[in-house]
Design a protein around this ligand. Structure first.
Ligand code: URA
Length: 202
């Protein structure tokens, strides 16, 4: 079984010295992810770009600016949510991450999800969508939430795509608008869970 950590800090600390794949050889900084340890919403992007690699923080470039705007548009702040990536080190020249790199990095992401235990996971772009909905196409499933295990997963386009294709910005805005409602529904399901007493266990 993959290693379990006591906290996100402990995980991030360990992640900083990861050499599980060749991306570790060219990185300036590992970008484990950042945000609220108790976040109800977790965003998962693809991988660090140039700025993220320089700073060791996720989504700090142009795509990050748009992500901040989108988060603000639903009345939330970066400090309310957690932001991570499928791969924690920058693929050289911003190429797509390769399957072996995604596989080598998946224990980190799975453990982050376990520790944070978010109600809603918003996947940004096709690589993080593919983790939960392999074989689906982002252009078809974006904005359609799916219950996966205990959580709701909402696939949306990657904010960087909206920087190149202006019409995608409106699509992203519309898809983000669904997040508050998904959280409300998740809270209702939580409230409706019967107490152990009601099950006659005590
Ligand atoms: N794009 C991503 O997928 N992740 C980042 O952290 C930055 C840009």
């Amino acid at each position: 079984m993959a290693q379990q950590y006591e906290s996100l800090d402990a995980l991030s600390q360990a992640c900083l010295s990861c050499t599980a794949c060749d991306l570790s050889k060219q990185r300036t900084h590992v970008v484990p992810g950042e945000g609220n340890e108790k976040a109800q919403v977790m965003f998962i992007g693809e991988g660090p770009g140039y700025n993220e690699d320089q700073q060791g923080r996720p989504f700090v470039g142009q795509a990050g600016k748009l992500l901040d705007e989108l988060i603000a548009s639903i009345g939330m702040k970066r400090s309310d949510v957690f932001i991570a990536n499928v791969v924690k080190c920058r693929p050289p020249g911003n190429r797509d991450p390769m399957p072996a790199e995604i596989a080598a990095c998946s224990d980190w992401l799975n453990e982050q999800i376990r520790l944070i235990n978010p109600k809603v996971i918003v996947t940004l772009g096709r690589y993080s969508m593919a983790k939960f909905m392999p074989g689906d196409s982002i252009s078809k499933v974006h904005g359609s939430p799916r219950k996966i295990g205990e959580r709701v997963v909402l696939p949306v386009h990657h904010p960087a795509a909206a920087l190149y294709q202006q019409s995608l910005k409106q699509t992203l805005q519309a898809d983000f608008k669904k997040i508050p409602q998904l959280l409300k529904e998740a809270a209702k399901i939580e409230e409706a869970k019967p107490e152990p007493k009601q099950l006659g266990l005590f």
